[in-house]
Design a protein around this ligand. Structure first.
Ligand SMILES: C[S@@+](CC[C@H](N)C(=O)[O-])C[C@H]1O[C@@H](n2cnc3c(N)ncnc32)[C@H](O)[C@@H]1O
Length: 257
């Protein structure tokens, strides 16, 4: 097994080959989407893309503990196929999370503008970690909640008081993309990695689906977001990327954290 709390300049298959079976608590996977955004995101055909995607999924699944969880990012269209593959592999479906990227105005004139990505949440068995209390979100209707906090609301004959830490987290997540938050006067800036995920979103996943001291794996680590979030939250991490400049960037950011 490769030492943990390190990231490796390796292709995902070579990397996964060096990870012990049944050793990973949580896999947070943000792979290429076949959107031709970079060379690493470009495949000869859709068939080729799905063959490759299903192959890394098959290499990854044995690495999870029986109590392990996996989150996989992709477009909604690709996620529909990935979901079927995971179900065929007998993983247990938990959520289809919609990430509303809050990324400004789209320009589609022949269909609705794309503004979301999908995060599939599956577990290996019915016994898994889910720290729902650690990922509560603010209530939306503050007026009603302020009122309920004082007097309670009658629900099924019982008086209900809001939780001071907020409501349960739903499966539509609103996090502005890094591309959006780093715009200057509305102009998109060149980022050191072209598709970094918001740190707060990865932190939510890690808080919910792992505990302190657990091992979090990411075989497409890019700018290191998963490792940074894991370190911040006192989890162990292990990751890889096939692009050396991203590994160097991630390493710098992890050391800084
Ligand atoms: C969508 S990005 C991940 C971004 C990352 N979540 C972040 O927050 O920065 C996908 C990454 O997969 C890497 N990649 C592409 N093909 C790979 C392969 N065969 N093995 C390992 N990494 C690969 C790319 O270099 C890229 O950094």
């Amino acid at each position: 097994m490769l030492p943990i709390n390190s990231i490796y300049h390796l292709d995902c298959f070579k990397f996964l080959n060096k990870i012990n079976d049944g050793s990973i608590d949580l896999a947070v996977i943000d792979p290429p989407y076949n959107m031709r955004k970079a060379e690493w995101d470009t495949f000869v055909s859709e068939t080729d893309f799905f063959q490759w995607t299903f192959s890394w999924i098959d290499a990854l699944l044995p690495k999870l503990k029986q109590t392990g969880s996996v989150y996989i990012f992709n477009t909604p269209y690709n996620s529909a196929f990935i979901l079927q593959h995971l179900s065929h592999r007998k993983l247990i479906f938990q959520n289809w999370i919609t990430w509303d990227k809050r990324d400004g105005l789209g320009s589609s004139k022949r269909k609705y503008s794309n503004g979301q990505e999908t995060i599939l949440f599956f577990t290996k068995s019915k016994k898994y970690t889910f720290n729902y209390d650690d990922i509560r979100v603010p209530y939306e209707s503050t007026e009603r909640i302020d009122h309920a906090a004082k007097k309670g609301i009658l629900k099924n004959g019982k008086r209900w008081f809001p939780n001071p830490n907020g409501r349960f987290c739903g499966e539509v997540w609103h996090f502005p993309s890094e591309r959006h938050v780093t715009k200057v006067n509305g102009k998109v800036q060149k980022l050191p990695h072209i598709t970094p995920k918001p740190l707060a979103m990865i932190e939510r996943i890690i808080k919910a689906s792992s505990n302190i001291g657990d091992i979090v794996l990411d075989c497409f680590i890019g700018s290191g977001t998963t490792a940074i979030a894991a370190k911040k939250l006192e989890r162990n991490f292990i990751g890889a990327d096939s692009n050396l400049s991203y590994i160097k960037l991630a390493q710098q950011k992890i050391n800084h954290e």
